[in-house]
Design a protein around this ligand. Structure first.
Ligand SMILES: [Zn+2]
Length: 322
């Protein structure tokens, strides 16, 4: 269940801890304009009761929710979308066309997540997934704007972390809800050097070239801030974007060392290489946790990044032999 108290991070924007794994790991956002509401990302099914309680605390009801907008259909972002849509009768789901089929019929998402996390951990950490009626789903086009009582939320197609990823530009604050496209930056890793960022190369559609192009596209919008799912608000994104670009290039490069070497132990070697790379990068940034704590904070992302890089290599190898 969500733990931390929701925090107002910009005008009419609440950042809500969705309660996945540990405080400060995953957020979702509630955007308000007059008495209309929109969620950007939803957390997991376990997060939804707290989201509904929050609406009540604001003196509003689920009828006031106009949009539920998962940035992409990975379960830390969209797992709760079905349950939330079921509770909010006027809401439309706004989602990337490539992600929509998986939220309308979540069978493949459930199977995929069970493969990545293990069936038991998937059930424990994510709950389940409820289907969403197709007629409530809007297939968002690149550049399409959605009106929230005069506030415009604009969908920007940003493949790279996933091929079904979009970011949302907010007209009122000029900020960008970035999902995972602006990387991961946990506040635990802030040092005198500022925030530390790295790329989540999560399965199954990591594509470094598309991702770098998506970052160029986002920076051309000159966002005033980015609102990260992992985690919170980051000001002056132009100061941090190069660090993220470097992380994308570094992770792709350490994977390419393993291209064509699929000998059964490759997954373990990638995991070790990703773990060592992230730890060294954190140290270079001035992060001072002891080895054990650092490993603990990076464990989930190390595993997901290694898996995602191996899937990427397999896709490249298959394309090369096709
Ligand atoms: Zn994520």
């Amino acid at each position: 269940m969500p733990t931390a108290h929701p925090e107002t991070i910009a005008e009419g924007i609440l950042c809500i801890d969705t309660g996945l794994y540990r405080p400060g790991l995953a957020a979702c956002y509630l955007v308000r304009s007059a008495d209309r509401l929109a969620f950007v990302d939803t957390g997991t099914e376990h997060s939804v009761p707290a989201l509904l309680a929050l609406i009540e605390r604001l003196g509003l009801s689920p009828e006031h929710v106009d949009y539920v907008i998962p940035t992409h259909v990975h379960l830390d972002h969209a797992g709760g979308a079905g349950a939330l849509m079921a509770a909010c009768p006027n809401a439309r789901l706004v989602v990337h066309p490539k992600g929509a089929p998986h939220l309308i019929d979540p069978a493949r998402l459930i199977a995929g997540a069970s493969a990545v996390y293990g069936a038991e951990a998937f059930k424990r950490d994510f709950g389940g997934l409820q289907p969403i009626a197709a007629e409530r789903v809007i297939l968002a086009e690149d550049g399409q704007s959605f009106d929230l009582a005069g506030r415009r939320l604009t969908f920007i197609d940003t493949p790279g972390h996933a091929n079904h990823h979009g970011c949302i530009l907010d007209s009122l604050t000029g900020g960008l809800f970035s999902g995972d496209t602006f990387g991961i930056s946990y506040r635990e890793f802030d040092t005198d050097a500022g925030p530390w960022l790295y790329a989540p190369t999560t399965p199954v559609a990591f594509d470094p070239d598309l991702w770098l192009a998506s970052l160029d596209k986002l920076m051309a919008l000159k966002p005033s801030a980015v609102y990260l799912t992992h985690y919170g608000r980051l000001d002056a994104p132009e100061r941090h974007v190069e660090r993220l670009r470097q992380s994308i290039r570094d992770l792709a490069a350490l994977a390419l060392v393993e291209e064509g070497r699929d000998d059964g132990a490759r997954g373990a070697r990638l995991r070790a290489a990703v773990g060592a790379h992230l730890a060294a990068s954190a140290r270079a940034h001035g992060v001072e946790y002891d080895e054990a704590r650092l490993g603990e904070l990076l464990a989930v992302d190390t595993e997901l990044n290694a898996q995602g890089l191996e899937v990427w290599l397999k896709r490249r190898e298959k394309a090369a032999t096709a």
